[in-house]
Design a protein around this ligand. Sequence first.
Ligand SMILES: C[S@@+](CC[C@H](N)C(=O)[O-])C[C@H]1O[C@@H](n2cnc3c(N)ncnc32)[C@H](O)[C@@H]1O
Length: 271
Amino acid sequence: MDWKAIAEPWLRVEAETDAAHTPVLEGIMARAGLRSGQSVLDIGPGAGISLLRAAGAVGSAGRVTGIEIAPPFAERAIARTPDNVDVLIGDAASYPFVGEGFDAAISLFGVMFFADPDQAFAHIRTALKPGAVLTFACWGSPKANPWFSMPGRIAGEVFGPGPGFDPDAPGPMSLSDPDKINRVLSGAGWSVEIDTQDLHLTPRGGPADVGKMHTTVGAAGMRMGAAKAEGTLTDAHRAAVRSKLIAGFSDMVEGDEVRVPAQIHFVRATA
Ligand SMILES: C[S@@+](CC[C@H](N)C(=O)[O-])C[C@H]1O[C@@H](n2cnc3c(N)ncnc32)[C@H](O)[C@@H]1O
């Protein structure tokens, strides 16, 4: 995936994305049990919301290190985090981490994009102290995650069928099968516990705001961006995507909020 290209539109909706992911980040923090003074690795921190939370948990005596492949994300993450945070630019699958090993690692949706997950998780294990825990969240079943499936369906309706879904290709759904998580991480030497939870994402604003966000990022936003780049995007496409997204998110309104059902695997892997 071209994360450098994805970063630019993502950073335009950073606050909206952070808000939507809040219950997932809280789930990671509750399971990771980070303590004052620890050194923590954050894999794929993107714009840095998880770095901020981890930095608060370890305090000024601790240190949080992000490993982020896309320079625009790394720059933004550095700008918004305190002095006890570093962000390394590189591929977590091969970065030559130095030092005695991290006390813990976390990742909010940052470990599903490795070309060779077996190799990547084996490499990451070597960056942690023996017995240290990697706590990460990844998406469960695509059917149980309308945050992806609904905009993907809409993009198909408006622009025609997209590329077929390959559950083994690097991408947000590549670890949606818990058996695969177990197989890959166990094979890489980790002890694995998976806690699958049905929860709700909490994006900001009403259906029109959330629909607008999805014209920038996600499956619909990416198809719109691709059509724009090839000069085929029309006003009719824009209007159709937008009205369908608004209708879809209107079905998820509870009280004053859009609450998007989600199935998340919270994984605790011990090195
Ligand atoms: C879905 S985004 C999640 C970003 C952030 N954790 C959040 O939830 O807001 C995935 C992140 O992982 C980063 N990433 C993808 N592959 C990576 C790799 N091999 N090494 C380091 N970072 C990677 C991307 O650049 C991106 O920032």
